[in-house]
Ligand binder design. Structure first.
Ligand SMILES: [Zn+2]
Ligand SMILES: [Zn+2]
Length: 104
């Protein structure tokens, strides 16, 4: 048993938000097209949460090129941060950063 360790799993999933089929590489935990994620982890990678709510990307942090995306679960409001993935849509990241700038 190694339940406490980071678990790397390759898994494909269909984005609940936009319907994009996401090919997992073991680190993928959010949709590269719309950036939405799903509340499946308690600790990163453990898939131990029973919430399964949609995680809304609400802000970006950092100055790039590698941003951190701040999420809030639409069901339980838990906050969660992940580094953007190399395959994430840069347009979506920039749109998110600008949306936050537009709404103080
Ligand atoms: Zn999506
Ligand atoms: Zn949740």
């Amino acid at each position: 048993m190694s339940a406490k360790k980071f678990q790397r799993r390759k898994e494909d999933f269909v984005c609940t938000k936009c319907g994009t089929t996401v090919v997992g590489d073991g680190y993928t935990d959010h949709c590269p097209a719309c950036l939405w994620s799903k509340h499946v982890d308690i600790n990163p990678g453990d898939r131990a949460s029973n919430c399964l709510g949609l995680m809304q990307p609400i802000a970006t942090e950092g100055t790039g090129p590698v941003y951190t995306i701040l999420y809030s679960c639409t069901l339980c409001s838990q906050k969660h941060r992940v580094k953007m993935h190399k395959s994430d849509s840069v347009d979506a990241i920039i749109a998110l950063a600008q949306a936050r700038a537009a709404k103080p």
